[in-house]
Write a protein that binds this ligand. Structure first.
Ligand SMILES: [Zn+2]
Length: 561
């Protein structure tokens, strides 16, 4: 502990030019880890280690097979690890490739941190720390601001098969040895766990956050290159043979029967580079053949796995309520035959302000129901949920309030947002809850074909008093028949009230509260008898609706700040 202050390492992880040196731990930890490594190495059965190395199993696969998970292994190169394991053999230092396989036959290079990257370029990393640096660079390049991360690894099924074959081989060969009897099966870790273990600490240091359950994901997806490329090459070569008017079968036969290669045929072989027969046994084309596939040593590997490294954030949600003051704004972007309907949309106005603040890829807009383009949304507003895909940044509460004020101070004043906040995915539950029972309040400007009479007020408002609520039957309105199935629905009108407009005898405001999903326009004019009863049928005259406002959506969702 004494040297803790004088040797405190400088951590520049938050800067963009990170190196694996940043991952080095403080000296106390390092000493402890070094001791752990030396202790663990002592118990490794040297003969078995050498045997496995000779069968082209990499050192880190051997470590995982013997349950060795020492944090310091992440920062050490294979060379240093080999020195620890087989230190007494000085000549190893000179020629590592004679000891450590080029590409491990068990993990296919995964635990050697070697992979096929973009454009089939093979990337080699000395240590897990070097690999972690490359991953951390990607996270920074993508511009993610994170407070934690989760690490996900997916591997081709071959890896698991290889692990099993390897364990089986060790078991068969060494089960009588004392060291084998002492160890338990549970000591052995999988390739996937070993990789995660090796990467977690260096990544935590480089990114300066903890690994765990997080909305930010680092996903490493390994897949096999060999088979697909080989087959593709093979097909191309056969195509090449065909182009030279040489039958593909003859072409292969020519190669197989080496003694038959004459000067002329030889030129065919050299220009088309058909795979030689002795390479064919290990070229991945034999994958479906059962022979040898269950035996050890494992098949020789020519290429490492292809790696796709993705970092992304799972969607974040903004909840709130919106108000719409215009009769020319649609709820979502509405384009018919390349022509925009209305002057704007709620979705674009709100999304266009939220998305850049989160630096996300895209957004999805969900609302609790919808109103027509010419219907205003007033009162407490309509609940909505904005889903932001792959946000690089999760805005603070303060910033969310700023987004809200920005939307609300837009010059055109088409839309207003209330109670905007970041909600978890439980926002969905809130939106769905009560959606079936939710009620809506409306104010409609109505015209009737005769002057309004005193008893009309009574007729309309007494509905509530006499039957508490009023049931109507609505067939799917003619105007939406092209996109909705023809059904008959029962809807409830909870109450209605007429408000007289001064100086006008045939126009009035109709206030009402109805069950969600009631078609109000049709309830007023009757839709050629498809809605029954209607205001027209109740008052015994023609009724037309001129304007409509939603004055309230009775849902508790996002009602408070
Ligand atoms: Zn390996």
């Amino acid at each position: 502990m004494a040297n803790e202050t004088e040797d405190a390492p400088t951590n520049s992880a938050s800067e963009s030019h990170a190196t694996s040196a940043d991952v080095e731990r403080n000296p106390t930890d390092e000493d402890k880890n070094e001791k752990l490594l030396n202790d663990a190495v002592q118990f490794l059965p040297t003969d078995a280690v050498k045997d496995l190395l000779s069968k082209e199993v990499c050192l880190r696969c051997i470590f995982r097979l013997f349950g060795m998970q020492v944090p310091i292994c992440s920062s050490l190169s294979v060379k240093s690890l080999l020195c620890h394991v087989l230190g007494e053999q000085a000549d190893l230092h000179q020629n590592i490739s004679s000891v450590e396989p080029n590409i491990c036959r068990s993990c296919l290079g995964i635990l050697q941190f070697t992979y096929c990257g973009d454009k089939e370029r093979v990337v080699e990393n000395e240590s897990a720390c070097d690999f972690a640096v490359a991953i951390a660079e990607l996270v920074k390049k993508e511009g993610h601001q994170i407070d934690s991360f989760s690490l996900e690894v997916s591997m081709p099924p071959t890896i698991l098969e290889n692990e099993n074959k390897l364990s089986l081989y060790v078991k068969r060969k060494y089960r009588s040895e004392a060291w084998f009897k002492d160890r338990s099966i549970s000591e052995c870790s999988s390739t996937k766990d070993a990789l995660k273990f090796a990467l977690t600490n260096p990544l935590e240091t480089l990114l300066d956050v903890k690994c765990g359950i997080s909305t930010f994901h680092i996903r490493l997806t390994y897949s096999r290159v060999e088979a697909s490329i080989r087959i593709q090459n093979f097909v191309e070569k056969i195509e090449g043979c065909k182009r030279r008017k040489v039958d593909a079968k003859n072409c292969l036969d020519t190669v197989k029967d080496k003694s038959a290669i004459t000067g002329v045929e030889n030129s065919v072989v050299s220009t088309t580079e058909v795979i030689p027969v002795d390479e064919k046994s290990s070229n991945g084309l034999q994958d479906n053949e059962p022979s040898e596939t269950h035996e050890f040593p494992l098949k020789k590997v020519n290429e490492p796995c292809r790696l796709e490294c993705l970092c992304f954030r799972t969607p974040i949600y903004f909840g709130g309520r919106y108000l719409k003051y215009s009769r020319n704004v649609s709820q979502t972007r509405w384009i018919i035959d390349e022509e925009r309907m209305g002057e704007a949309s709620i979705e674009e106005i709100i999304g266009g302000n939220i998305l850049p603040m989160c630096r996300g890829d895209s957004y999805k807009f969900h609302a609790a129901g919808r109103e027509d383009i010419d219907v205003r949304m007033l009162g407490s507003g309509r609940p909505f949920l904005f889903e932001i895909q792959n946000a690089r940044e999760v805005p603070s509460e303060l910033l969310v309030k700023e987004i809200e004020s920005k939307i609300n101070s837009l010059e055109n004043k088409l839309v207003r947002v209330k109670n905007l906040k970041i909600v978890g995915s439980q926002g969905w539950t809130l939106m769905r809850e009560g959606e079936a029972e939710k009620q809506k309040q409306y104010a409609a400007l109505v015209w009737i074909s005769r002057p309004l009479q005193d008893e009309d007020f009574q007729t309309i408002s007494s509905l509530k008093e006499t039957v508490r609520c009023y049931q109507i039957l609505q067939k799917t309105p003619i105007r939406v028949l092209h996109r909705r199935s023809p059904l008959e629905r029962e809807k409830i009108i909870n109450w209605m009230k007429i408000e007289k407009i001064a100086g006008s005898s045939q126009y009035f405001l109709l206030h009402m509260c109805t069950q969600a999903g009631t078609y109000i326009k049709e309830f007023v004019h009757g839709d050629l008898g498809r809605t029954n009863p209607s205001i027209g049928s109740i008052l015994g005259c023609r009724a037309e609706i001129l304007q409509l406002d939603v004055t309230d959506v009775k849902m508790n969702c996002f009602l408070t700040e």
